[in-house]
Design a protein around this ligand. Structure first.
Ligand code: E4P
Length: 224
């Protein structure tokens, strides 16, 4: 199971890489917009420094035509590093880009996936990860759980090494559902992790344990 951070915010990345089992960082142009007017490549290199070589960094192209996306991909690799996963939307032009990038030995994450068929094409084109957009699918009355289950089945049927990197979550229940359908990875905004830990019953359980302990051994005395 891989958990990734769907953010480009460096303090948040530092915090969660330190505390949680994070295996990578993903972003898209809308996520980059939240960081304001940054020096894009410098910022991405800083993220790489924070996460190290062992975690994956997924950076999206901005152009929407073949030549433009290929130029974006070259710039991403040249200005960040060769380990980067280049995020490419699964359009007709995007599929051509995915095939070309894989032929060049690049790492590719196929993104903006709303349908099984987009996923099947991206798997056939050799994408390393495919990113179905869970919440956006739900908003369109497309069942993301059925779609993810079938994407995982397609990977099995074809013996492909592609992994499902479920994305676009608005709550923890959606993440659980994606993982339980077989998604090998999920990328989460920091708001989802915050939601997950903001459970009054968990905080109460921990503080009750402390109170019970201290009622016997006095306040401030710990096991160590
Ligand atoms: C990640 O790869 C996706 O770009 C992202 O999760 C989309 O999230 P959104 O639907 O919240 O914009």
């Amino acid at each position: 199971m891989e958990f990734m951070l769907d953010t480009a915010n460096i303090p948040a990345i530092k915090r969660y890489v330190d505390t949680l089992p994070v295996s990578g960082v993903t972003s898209n142009p809308s996520i980059i917009k939240k960081e304001g007017s940054i020096d894009f490549f410098k910022h991405m290199r800083e993220i790489r420094e924070v996460i190290g070589a062992e975690r994956s960094l997924h950076v999206q192209v901005v152009a929407d035509d073949y030549d433009g996306m290929m130029a974006d991909a070259d710039a991403i690799v040249n200005h960040i590093d060769e380990r980067v996963y280049i995020k490419v939307p699964v359009t007709e032009a995007g599929l051509k880009v995915i095939k070309s990038l894989k032929a060049k030995g690049r790492n590719v994450t196929a993104t903006a996936i709303y349908t099984k068929f987009q996923a099947y094409l991206a798997i056939a084109a050799g994408a390393d990860y495919i990113a179905p957009y869970f919440n956006r699918m739900e908003n369109l009355n497309i069942d993301p759980t059925d779609a993810i289950r079938e994407m995982v089945n397609e990977i099995r049927r074809t013996g492909s090494s592609t992994k499902v990197l479920a994305a676009s979550f608005k709550n923890v229940g959606q993440v659980n559902a994606a993982l339980e359908c077989g998604a090998q990875a999920a990328t989460l905004g920091t708001d989802i992790f915050d939601q997950a830990f903001a459970m009054p019953s968990v905080s109460k359980a921990v503080s009750d344990f402390t109170k019970d302990w201290e009622s016997v051994f006095s306040a401030g005395v710990t096991i160590a």
